[in-house]
Every structure is written in C-alpha cells, then in structure tokens.
Design a protein around this ligand. Structure first.
Ligand code: FES
Ligand SMILES: [Fe+2]
Length: 413
C-alpha cells in the first residue's frame, strides 16, 4: 500500500516538517513500515545465557519474547497466544521450560510449538497449525535483531558499514564480547521516539544542554568548551540511518573516555595488550567505544547500551544498561556508577535530554512547523565507503537519519 503522506515534501535536504514528530498518521505509518517490517534491535545474547532464559521487549505496538531454546539457539516469538490472543509473558525476563498461557492453559515450548491444550476433547485442529508467530531473526556479535515480515535485505546489508561500530563496542573487551548483566533503567519521555536517536548523535547541543555536566567533569567534554575551531570531534553518517559522534579525535590521552588512566586499571590494560597486541590495544584504549545510533532503535552509548521504544505519537521509553565487558569484571563497579551518573533517573545527561525533547515536542505542536537542518551542508566530506563526515557540531548525522527514514517511509528501501 502506498502512503498518502508525502515524505519527500516533509523531509527535505535542509529542513524537516514538524508534523513528522506530532502526526498520529505518521506514527501509525512508521509502526507499520519501520517496526513491523524490517530489522529492529531486540536484545543481546548475553542477557539470555542459559536454556530457557528469556526476555520480553516491545517492538512498535507488539510485545515479543526472545528466548534461548533447548539447542542453545536464540528465537524471537510474538508474545501472543495463538488461541485468543492473550499475552503469554508478563514479566520482563526470567527462565522457563515452556510458556503456559494464563487464560486457558495452552502450553508452547521454547521453539514456539503448541505442545498441549487443556481439555483436548473439544478440540480437533492439528496442534502444529497453532504455533507461536516466530519472527525472522539474526545476530551480529551477540546483538539480536528481528523482523515481523520477511526482510527485503539481510541483517548484514542493513548494518553495512556500521558493523565496524558494533565491532568497536565488542573490542573494548579482551574477549571481544560484551555482557549485559547490569539490569535496565527505563525512562519515559513525553516526546516522539525519533527525538531520541536524533538527539543522541547531535553534537551541537552538548555545550548548551549539558553545560552543568561539561563544567563538572574533567574529561574529554571539557576540551570542547570554547570556539568552534577548538572542537575536535567528528560527526558521521554511516549510511542506512546509522550515525555517530566520533569523540576520539578530541581525546587528549589513553582512557580519557573512561575518566581513568592505565595505572588505575592495569589488569584491564594488560589483558587488552595480551588479547590484541600492543599496537591495536593502544588504539582501542585511546579511541574508546563508539557513540553511535544503529537505525532504528539501538544506541551504542559509549559504555552503555540503549534501546528506544516508541509508545505513542507523543511519548517514548528509553532503556539503558551499562555495557559490561566480558573478561574485565574489575571495571563493573565503575561502569555501573558511570551509567547511573549519565543515564539514571537523576543523572546528568538523560534528565537534560528528556527535558529538551519534551520542550521540543510541545513547541512543535504550535507555530511555524519547519525545523532547519542545514548546518554543515557546506563542509561535509565523503570517503570511499560513502561515509559522510563533518565538524562535530554539524547536522550531518541528523540528515543521515532522516534521509534513510524517508527512504523507508516512502517505500524506496
Ligand atoms: S488465550 Fe491463551 S489459552 Fe486461551
Ligand atoms: Fe544530550
């Protein structure tokens, strides 16, 4: 079905129309085109280590269960009983041998097969006609993505160049694996979900919205208070809606991103040298983790993993958890405290961003609806892989997000 919304009119090269954030019609359309069709991030394999471990996540308007089956494989099922549609799992995580529906007691195994119905005498359909809906899923380095409809492109194609961003997150660990064992904080925003990925790779707002944070800490952020010329970070559009603020150019020394020194975390530094060799380990430890959004709903937030969950036109929930590193448990305590300090409910960064997003949502409902998005169009560069870069404060990342969004919403990709 072609949409009657003209996304090429609403999203132009240098500006977007505010109704893209406030229209119920647009919201319904993107639930169908982005969240019910195409790759959406669900969870990480480290969250379901044992057979029967499961977690429940929301994809658009649908709830899904990600579970490790008896063969150790990860499945993603619709969290909806095939009898009369009751929700199978209410809890957000746990371990089960099978899923029993609370309404009339139908039993599904971890693969989604219907195994048993209560009082079978009145029921003569073959059980295999009523298995759970299982989504198409695939993973990259433990990051599990799924799609309700058969995806037109593979996960590999969807991630494209941005696989290197996930590689960078994983390579912060000496074993090459992250471990999401810290539990999740969920924060509700009274703003459209797209404000979250847009803001998280917006390098222009940091010195204004997060001024108290910038002034309070002695780290890389302190370096870019000042003139435009003194700001060293780079903004990047990786293609397919994936975007990044690359802070590494602005770091002054190894482990700036951790607010630490090699002496203070010696066993971590030693294990990185052992795993990657001195040269590569030093580069990883200097450059730090990525600060990047993977379209549509995953944020590699340096040492945090964040999920964006749309809830309706004017609200969204942001999930966050510390990105613990397999093979480096000595960092867990610091990373947990830093995550709480950045993204907890009373934290420096998230509270600021939530307030700004809510103000924007209110303002967009009135007055001149156009938003300018032209900053940096005059100074972008494109490399051989098609990655577009510019000054950290430029809107290259936002344009990258919107360009891909328009393609998806117009049915062009
Ligand atoms: S709705 Fe699930 S068993 Fe009836
Ligand atoms: Fe921010």
């Amino acid at each position: 079905m072609t949409s009657k919304i003209d996304y090429h009119q609403l999203i132009q090269k240098d500006k977007i129309h505010g109704s893209i954030y406030t229209s119920d019609e647009v919201y319904a359309d993107e639930i169908e085109k982005i969240f019910q069709n195409g790759w959406v991030y669900i969870g990480h394999e480290s969250e379901i280590k044992e057979v029967g471990d499961y977690l429940v996540r929301e994809v658009g308007r649908s709830s899904v269960i990600m579970v490790r089956d008896k063969n150790g494989l990860v499945n993603v099922h619709s969290n909806r009983c095939t009898h009369r549609g009751n929700m199978l799992c209410n809890e957000t995580e746990g371990n089960k041998r099978n899923f029993t529906c609370p309404y009339h007691g139908w039993v599904f195994n971890l693969d989604g097969e219907l195994m048993d119905v209560a009082y079978p005498g009145g029921f003569d359909k073959p059980l295999d006609e009523l298995r759970l809906q299982t989504l198409t899923s695939d993973s990259y380095r433990g990051f599990v993505f799924a799609s309700f409809k058969e995806p037109v492109i593979s996960l590999d194609e969807h991630l494209g160049n941005a696989k290197s961003l996930i590689d960078r997150s994983c390579e912060m660990s000496p074993t090459g694996k992250i471990d999401l064992k810290g539990g999740w904080v969920r924060q509700r925003f009274d703003a459209n979900w797209k404000m979250l990925p847009e803001n998280d790779t917006d390098g222009y707002h940091v010195n204004y919205v997060h001024q108290s944070f910038v002034m309070a800490i002695d780290s890389q952020y302190g370096e870019f208070v000042g003139t435009e010329e003194s700001i060293q970070g780079v903004i990047k559009d990786w293609g397919n809606g994936h975007t990044e603020i690359d802070f590494s150019e602005g770091y002054a020394k190894t482990l700036d991103w951790l607010g630490s020194t090699p002496e203070k975390v010696k066993s971590y530094v030693d294990s990185m040298h052992e795993a990657y060799g001195a040269e590569k380990a030093e580069k990883i430890l200097f450059d730090g983790p990525p600060h990047a959004c993977i379209f549509p709903n995953l944020f590699l937030g340096e040492m945090n993993i964040v999920i964006f969950q749309p809830t309706d036109t004017n609200s969204a929930v942001q999930w966050s958890t510390p990105m613990f590193l397999d093979g480096a448990p000595e960092l867990d305590f610091k990373l947990l405290r830093q995550s709480e300090g950045a993204l907890g409910p009373a934290a420096f960064l998230l509270a600021d961003d939530a307030s700004i997003a809510e103000r924007a949502q209110k303002a967009l409902l009135s007055g001149d609806p156009w938003c300018d998005l032209s900053r940096g169009l005059n100074r972008e560069t494109t490399d051989a892989d098609g990655v577009i870069s510019s000054h950290m404060t430029d809107e290259t990342s936002n344009r990258g997000f919107w360009h891909h969004y328009r393609k998806v919403m117009s049915g062009e990709g």
